[in-house]
Ligand binder design. Structure first.
Ligand SMILES: CC(C)[C@H](C(=O)O)[C@@H](O)C(=O)O
Ligand code: SF4
Length: 473
């Protein structure tokens, strides 16, 4: 029978299925960070258990790590809770073991979803889990990847398996050619704008179509990263030559004969031509323009050429209430052109948009505009996703472009994506952010987040307000 990509990876990993559909799924890769692992390790310790397959574990500290003051070492971590989480991960990994560990200050340290692919820890066809909802990112490699809860982290550590029920198959096809200045971030925001944050609930999404195929691996990761914001736990893109080229030569990628065998298998990782999906959504690439969120949910998004919506024009009372609440929180008036919204801070980073291509895209806009960060922008910061991204960007001179324009060039980590470290918005501050969540308080209590692409964020930093990047793309 014809199968989808999701069906294929699922079938390959099912150990056992109960009558009610609950399955025992074998897990190939377990990514670990400092926030969701302490209780899991504690549970193992209390039960006198070991990690089942140490070689499946790749760990890093990312959420709590500071993005400045690295020269002070661990003393530079001012928040005691952050410091405790980071040192606890150090000691847990020392005690339980791992295939690779990139602790605070390590030159390959970074956001878990950036370092996984970058080290070859994420490979096509794998099942990948992490106690983190944006694990969906790794689906860009044709890997079945999703977030799990802390008790599941312990379960996977102890047994190398996960109890799961199979989701339905949703195909999201984006056909055509993306316009200049329109990026992967705009594609995924437009998808969420169309299907809503519950649109993918109960499904695994496969992103397909010529516009998705045309994206780099970085772009595909940006799209899959936000599958979770569309309600799906996992997003997938079929394996092609780009996938294989990206994986080639990475530290943990297979070598020699094993590489050849792996590639032969990876080439089968696509949905069969006549595979049946439970639902299909189609978008035209030509219709997608640079996106800006105006509210407090990623689905509250419009093209940069639009205006803040008017709740009075919404007939559905629930939706009207949601728009009103969002506008009050965001301090926005209906009808205001998105281009006229001024920002106080700009954040370029997060597991959505902190890879080398994102750095290049933002730097290219800054260079093209040839001006400094606008006076009304108090802070514009660029936080590379990992030490490897940082080093590459510096080799290309991107840091010089940013710094010359008045951006701060920081050390890697999650940073102002969720403000677990010192990087945050003050109440009422408005931010152009390349991250994935614009919930109330996400970047600091009372902070106002507008999700955009790296190019749009860079342009907003220089102009002081949102502008349509297509005019200088
Ligand atoms: C801290 C972690 C559990 C959380 C997640 O699961 O996504 C975080 O990464 C986030 O983005 O909100
Ligand atoms: S960068 Fe943001 S979304 Fe990604 S893992 Fe860190 S906190 Fe979560």
């Amino acid at each position: 029978m014809a199968r989808t990509l999701y069906d294929k990876i699922w079938d390959e990993h099912v150990v056992h299925t109960e009558e009610d559909g609950t399955a025992v799924l074998y897990i190939d890769r377990h990514l670990v960070h400092e926030v969701t692992s302490p209780q899991a390790f504690e549970g193992l310790r209390e039960a006198g258990r070991k990690v089942w397959r140490i070689s499946s574990i790749v760990a890093t500290a990312d959420h709590n790590t500071p993005t400045t003051g690295w020269e002070q070492g661990y003393d530079g971590i001012t928040d005691p809770i952050s410091k405790e989480q980071i040192t606890t991960l150090d000691s847990n990994i020392k005690e339980f073991g791992s295939a690779a560990y990139f602790p605070f200050l390590h030159k390959r340290q970074g956001i878990v979803h950036v370092i996984g692919p970058e080290t070859g820890a994420t490979l096509p066809g794998m099942t990948v889990v992490c106690g983190d909802s944006h694990t969906s990112t790794h689906g860009a490699f044709g890997a079945l990847a999703h977030g799990i809860g802390t008790s599941e982290v312990e379960h996977v550590m102890a047994t190398q398996t996960l109890l799961a029920k199979k989701a339905k198959n949703l195909l999201i096809k984006v056909e055509g050619q993306l316009g200049k200045g329109v990026t992967a971030k705009d594609v995924v925001l437009a998808i969420i704008g169309k299907i809503g944050t519950a649109g993918g609930t109960g499904y695994t999404i496969e992103f397909a179509g010529s516009a998705i195929r045309s994206l780099s691996m970085e772009g595909r990761m940006t799209v899959c990263n936000m599958a979770i914001e569309a309600g799906a736990r996992a997003g997938l893109v079929a394996v092609d030559e780009k996938t294989i080229e990206y994986v080639r030569g990475k530290p943990l990628s297979p070598k020699g004969v094993e590489w050849d065998q792996a590639v032969a298998y990876w080439k089968t990782l696509h949905s069969d031509a006549d595979a049946k999906f439970d639902a299909v959504v189609e978008l035209k690439a030509e219709d997608i323009v640079p996106q800006v969120t105006w509210g407090t949910s990623p689905e509250m998004v419009l093209g940069v050429d639009a205006s803040v919506p008017d709740p009075d024009k919404e007939k559905d009372a629930n939706k009207r209430g949601a728009i009103e609440r969002a506008l009050t929180y965001m301090g926005l008036q209906p009808g205001k052109p998105l281009n006229d919204i001024f920002v106080d801070k700009v954040f370029i980073g997060s597991c959505t948009n902190s890879r080398i291509e994102d750095m290049r895209e933002a730097a290219a806009v800054v260079k093209k505009l040839g001006q400094k960060v606008a006076k009304n922008v108090k802070l514009a910061m660029v936080v590379p996703g990992s030490g490897v991204v940082k080093e590459q960007a510096e080799r290309e001179g991107l840091d010089v472009i940013f710094k010359a324009a008045g951006f701060e060039w920081r050390e890697p980590g999650c940073s102002m994506c969720l403000a677990m470290n010192a990087d945050r918005l003050e109440p009422g501050e408005r931010c152009a952010s390349t991250s994935n969540r614009n919930f109330e308080g996400r970047q600091g209590a009372g902070g106002r987040t507008h999700l955009v692409s790296p190019a749009m964020a860079a342009a907003a930093a220089v102009h002081g307000h949102f502008v349509d990047v297509r005019q200088f793309a």
